[in-house]
Design a protein around this ligand. Structure first.
Ligand SMILES: NC(=O)c1ccc[n+]([C@@H]2O[C@H](COP(=O)([O-])OP(=O)(O)OC[C@H]3O[C@@H](n4cnc5c(N)ncnc54)[C@H](OP(=O)(O)O)[C@@H]3O)[C@@H](O)[C@H]2O)c1
Length: 258
């Protein structure tokens, strides 16, 4: 077999991945999955003790881990995070923009504060993290950025306007940056998970009636798991996807087929 006929490697040994919101839910699974594939991890959330706990777990796997408490909804927080991470780890090869929040409220009742909190993290924050880590990756002519949107970015629902709007924006942001940065060998892709029970939605999904209503909309008739979302992130971080950029991956049990 010729070298160019072989599937490129999924091994991430020697790569450094920054994962925002890595202490809970989907981000925790992504950080663990990337570490399992060999990457060193920069663990980011606003809560120092949680970051340190996850960093320790990663070190137990034989990888390097850097714990950084930062608020990635502000440009100031992002600047501090990126300069510290590059100083400590020397490089960032993979960026996973995962941290996100949502509110459930009628559109006519949404306040300016609620709109800003959602959009500042889910859209402004990921743009400026892409920009600052992107500059570093452009210099190195190498990098993979994975933005976590949602099935919410591809469909419509009532009482969730800021969240759905932010997630649709994250898809367009990923494609626009993919186009602008492809010439520098910097890839930008987007993942749209379906429902997975995490602290983001456990209040709602713990109600059996609400859960049943949600599950009925999923073609596979079940929620996803943290590990089922992490697999695509490891693929997109690795050389196995080195010809993939500007792509949007639904990992939602067929939710958006309905
Ligand atoms: N769960 C689902 O069903 C689902 C479906 C589709 C898409 N998603 C998307 O997947 C991503 C992760 O969701 P999840 O369900 O795993 O959420 P989660 O369990 O609530 O975890 C959110 C993580 O983000 C961190 N975080 C929140 N605000 C932050 C900020 N300003 N700066 C830095 N870190 C922050 C949290 O830690 P701290 O609070 O300590 O900062 C936590 O580690 C989100 O973008 C979400 O929209 C989730």
């Amino acid at each position: 077999m010729k070298e160019s006929d072989k599937i490129p490697s999924m091994d991430l040994t020697g790569r450094v991945a920054m994962v925002t919101g890595a202490t809970k839910g989907l981000g925790y699974g992504m950080a663990m999955g990337l570490a399992q594939a060999g990457a060193d991890i920069i663990v980011v959330s606003r809560t120092p003790a949680d970051c340190e706990k996850v960093a320790k777990e990663i070190e137990m796997m034989g990888r390097k881990a850097l714990s950084v408490a930062a608020d990635v909804s502000t440009v100031k927080g992002i600047e501090k995070l990126v300069s510290y991470a590059v100083k400590e780890m020397g490089q960032i090869d993979i960026l996973v923009n995962n941290a996100g929040i949502g509110i459930t409220k009628k559109a006519v009742e949404v306040t300016e504060e609620e709109w800003d909190a959602t959009l500042n993290l889910n859209l402004k924050g990921i743009f400026f993290l892409c920009q600052m880590v992107g500059k570093h990756m452009i210099e190195r002519r190498s990098g993979s950025i994975i933005n976590i949107s949602s099935a919410a970015g591809l469909k419509q629902e009532v009482n969730v306007a800021p969240y759905y709007i932010s997630k649709a924006g994250a898809i367009q942001l990923s494609k626009v940056l993919a186009l602008e940065w492809a010439r520098y060998n910097l890839r930008v892709n987007c993942v749209c998970p379906g429902y997975v029970m995490t602290s983001l939605n456990e209040k709602e999904l713990s109600d059996p009636q609400i859960l049943e209503r949600f599950v009925k909309t999923i073609s596979m008739r079940r929620l996803g798991t943290v590990g089922e979302i992490a697999g695509i992130v490891v693929y997109l971080a690795s050389d196995a996807s080195r010809y993939v950029t500007g792509a949007v991956f639904s990992v939602d049990g067929g939710l958006t087929l309905n």
